[in-house]
Design a protein around this ligand. Structure first.
Ligand SMILES: [Zn+2]
Ligand SMILES: [Zn+2]
Length: 340
C-alpha cells in the first residue's frame, strides 16, 4: 500500500509502497483511514527535528491525526464493529508500563519511553490501512464524521482546559488563548462552551481569515503585539517564548496559565507575582481517554460552520508539498484518503 513516510536513511519525506498491516489479532481492529490532518508536529518531524522510526524500520509512516472506519475486528473486540467511525488516540504505553501507563493514563507517562503513532517509534496514519488495539480507539458517531478529524487536536485542548479549571481555586470567568492555530482555536471554543468570556491573541493581522473566524464564533480577537486584557485562565498555544511570558503576565490573581507550545521561558518572568497572587503555571501534553470523550461531546456542540471554517481538504498526492511548504491561511489541512 502507498504511504507517506519519513526515510531516516536519506532524510527525505516521500510517498512509497509499504507492507499492508497483517489481519487483526485478538483485541485488534483493522482500519481504513479516511482522512489525515497535518499540524506543526508533522512539519517539525519532516525537518527531522525530533521523532524516530519503529525499532525494526528505517522509516516512519507519518500522520497522528486521523479519522478512520473499522473494516474488520479481531476476536474478543467489543465496543466497535465494522463500519463504525473512530479516531485513534496517539500515545501507546511504555514497555514495561510505568505506573501511569498501566493505569491507562499514557498522557501522564513518567518513564518518557511511551511511543506515539506517527511521531515516536510507531507508524502513523498517512496510509490507507492501519491496525490498532480496539482500546486505543475513540468511537465517534457517524453524524460527526465530517469534522471528527479535528478530535485529536481537540483532545489536547480539552485536557488543557480541564487542567486549568481544576487548578483554579475560585470561579474563573474570563480566558485568553495565545495562538490561533488549531489547538488554540479549539481551546478557545471549549472555554466558550464552559461559559467563559474568551479572547484570542495571535500574530495574524486583524483582517486575517483566522481573526474573522474567531469573531464569527463570538469571541474577541487581538493581533499581537497588542497587550491582552487580564484573564482568569490563559492557554498558551502559540509555541513562542514571548507568548509564554505574555500569557503569564496576563493572569489575574488566582489565575492559571497552561503552557502547550512554548519550549523555553524567556527572561523577565516575575515570580513574585506568582507567589503574592496565588497564580499557577502548568504544562500539558497529549490527552486522557476522558478528553477524547468530552471532545466528542463538544464536537457536537461547537457550531459546524466554525469547525468547517477551520478545515481545508487537499488531496493525498499534495501531502509532501503541504507539509514541507509554508503553512498557509487554513487552520487545519486535511488530506482525504481518495487516491491512495
Ligand atoms: Zn497534531
Ligand atoms: Zn509510561
Amino acid at each position: 500500500m502507498r504511504a507517506l513516510v519519513l526515510d531516516y536513511s536519506t532524510k527525505r519525506l516521500e510517498v512509497r509502497d509499504v507492507a499492508a498491516p497483517a489481519p487483526p489479532a485478538a483485541g485488534q481492529v483493522l482500519l481504513r483511514v479516511a482522512e489525515t490532518g497535518v499540524c506543526g508536529t508533522d512539519r517539525e518531524l519532516a525537518r527531522f527535528r525530533f521523532g524516530y522510526p519503529p525499532p525494526d524500520a528505517d522509516y516512519l509512516v507519518l500522520g497522528h491525526e486521523a479519522l478512520a472506519q473499522v473494516v474488520e475486528t479481531g476476536s474478543g473486540v467489543t465496543g466497535v464493529a465494522a463500519g463504525d467511525w473512530v479516531v485513534p488516540t496517539v500515545r501507546r504505553a511504555c514497555s514495561p508500563p510505568c505506573r501511569l501507563c498501566a493505569r491507562g493514563r499514557r498522557d501522564l507517562c513518567v518513564s518518557g519511553n511511551c511511543r506515539e503513532r506517527g511521531i515516536f517509534g510507531a507508524h502513523g496514519y498517512f496510509a490507507p490501512y492501519a491496525v490498532d488495539e480496539a482500546a486505543d480507539l475513540a468511537p465517534v458517531p457517524a453524524s460527526l464524521a465530517e469534522v471528527a478529524v479535528l478530535l485529536e487536536p481537540l483532545s489536547v485542548a480539552e485536557k488543557a482546559v480541564r487542567t486549568a479549571l481544576r487548578l483554579h481555586p475560585a470561579e474563573p470567568g474570563s480566558a485568553v488563548v495565545f495562538g490561533a492555530g488549531a489547538v488554540g482555536l479549539l481551546a478557545a471554543l471549549v472555554l466558550q462552551l464552559r461559559g467563559l468570556e474568551v479572547s484570542v491573541c495571535s500574530l495574524e493581522a486583524e483582517d486575517h481569515p483566522r481573526a474573522g473566524l474567531v469573531r464569527r464564533a463570538g469571541m474577541a480577537y487581538r493581533a499581537l503585539p497588542a497587550t491582552p486584557s487580564r484573564a482568569d485562565l490563559v492557554i498558551e498555544a502559540a509555541g513562542a517564548p514571548q507568548a509564554a511570558l505574555a500569557a503569564v503576565h496576563a493572569l489575574h490573581p488566582l489565575g492559571v496559565c497552561v503552557i502547550l507550545g512554548a519550549m523555553q521561558m524567556p527572561a523577565g518572568l516575575d515570580l513574585s507575582e506568582l507567589i503574592t497572587g496565588n497564580r499557577a503555571i502548568a504544562g500539558s501534553v497529549n490527552a486522557a481517554p476522558e478528553d477524547f470523550s468530552s471532545g466528542v461531546r463538544d464536537l457536537a456542540r461547537i457550531p459546524r460552520t466554525v469547525l468547517a471554517g477551520m478545515m481545508r481538504r487537499v488531496r493525498f498526492e499534495d501531502a509532501p508539498g503541504s507539509i514541507l511548504g509554508p503553512p498557509g491561511a487554513a487552520v487545519k489541512l486535511v488530506h482525504a484518503a481518495d487516491g491512495w
